[in-house]
Write a protein that binds this ligand. Structure first.
Ligand SMILES: [Zn+2]
Ligand SMILES: [Zn+2]
Length: 300
């Protein structure tokens, strides 16, 4: 999809910062005229369920995102209260085909246990009989720890049998139905003694589109620069663990068509000054960017 189509696709209500620059003036005009309907010709649909960092706010729950592609539904992270947020979107927790966890911090997987419980209560044992839900956890140790937590909660003997749990490392971790997912390690959590990562970014590729989910990054802003080329249709990036000047410098003139920032510094959420503070940051970027909220939907 061309950049202009993408911009149209994100809808009239989107806050697209940086559009005042001459390079973006045409898009701004197109945006004004864009109808307030979702485009029919998208490949990925992304619903931001929870967009906060470790502490939920009056308007933001912990991190979880629903990604839809090729008739399948995937979760990226499962912060609290992900299963309840799916239900409020009128989506059964047992309709999730795969779950990708970026790293073992509570704000990114604190809702996982209740997600399992709700998958079961919404008929998961029957629904997943022939095709288990793929559960991608960052490392074998996380897999066994989650199993222990399920036992501690008195829910069965570990990760439920309708989940196919995979403790992944760096590289391609999933390829199915035209969707390919690559995990790229970062230093948000220190590396293990054997130098393998504990925290990951993900690259999703399908139908010729490419999307990066940053997960949480280190204070050096170790974005997965190596997968930007040839271009990214969208980045979904956290915005709390590093000075934002590293984002401006690191991503300057990179082939990125649009950015959705989430997991933001509190001062971007301030009801009086938040929007202007974010706009001041975003206008330094060389691509359109927005700060997404819980419930924001975007298509690519
Ligand atoms: Zn986090
Ligand atoms: Zn974290």
């Amino acid at each position: 999809m061309e950049r202009r189509d993408f911009i149209k696709g994100i809808g009239l209500g989107a806050l697209v910062a940086g559009l005042g620059k001459s390079a973006h003036a045409q898009e701004a005009k197109a945006l004004e005229k864009a109808p307030e309907i979702a485009p029919a010709n998208y490949d990925f649909k992304i619903t931001f369920l929870g967009t906060s960092h470790g502490r939920p706010t009056l308007e933001r729950f912990n991190s979880s995102t629903l990604l839809e592609f090729g008739g399948k539904k995937y979760l990226i992270d499962a912060g609290e209260p992900v299963s309840a947020l799916l239900i409020r979107q009128k989506i059964s927790p047992a309709d999730i085909d795969g779950i990708f966890i970026t790293h073992p911090h509570g704000d990114h997987m604190g809702g996982l246990l209740m997600q399992f419980v709700q998958m079961a209560s919404f008929g998961g044992y029957k629904k997943y009989k022939d095709r288990p839900c793929k559960l991608f956890l960052p490392g074998e140790d996380v897999k066994s720890n989650i199993g222990n937590a399920m036992r501690a909660m008195g829910f069965g003997r570990g990760i439920p049998g309708f989940c196919d749990a995979i403790g992944f490392g760096e590289g391609v971790i999933f390829e199915d139905g035209g969707l390919k997912v690559t995990a790229i390690g970062n230093d948000h959590m220190a590396r293990r003694a054997d130098k393998t990562a504990r925290a990951y970014s993900f690259l999703f590729e399908g139908a010729g589109k490419r999307i990066v989910f940053s997960g949480d990054l280190s204070n050096k802003f170790d974005f997965p620069y190596g997968v930007i080329e040839p271009s990214l249709d969208l980045i979904v990036c956290e915005l709390v663990h590093f000075p934002v000047k590293l984002v401006v410098e690191g991503l300057r003139d990179k082939a990125i068509k649009h950015a959705c920032f989430q997991h933001p510094y509190d001062h971007y959420c301030d009801v009086v000054h938040g929007k202007e503070r974010f706009a001041a940051f975003a206008k330094q970027l060389t691509f359109p960017a927005e700060l997404v909220d819980d419930g924001t939907v975007r298509t690519v």
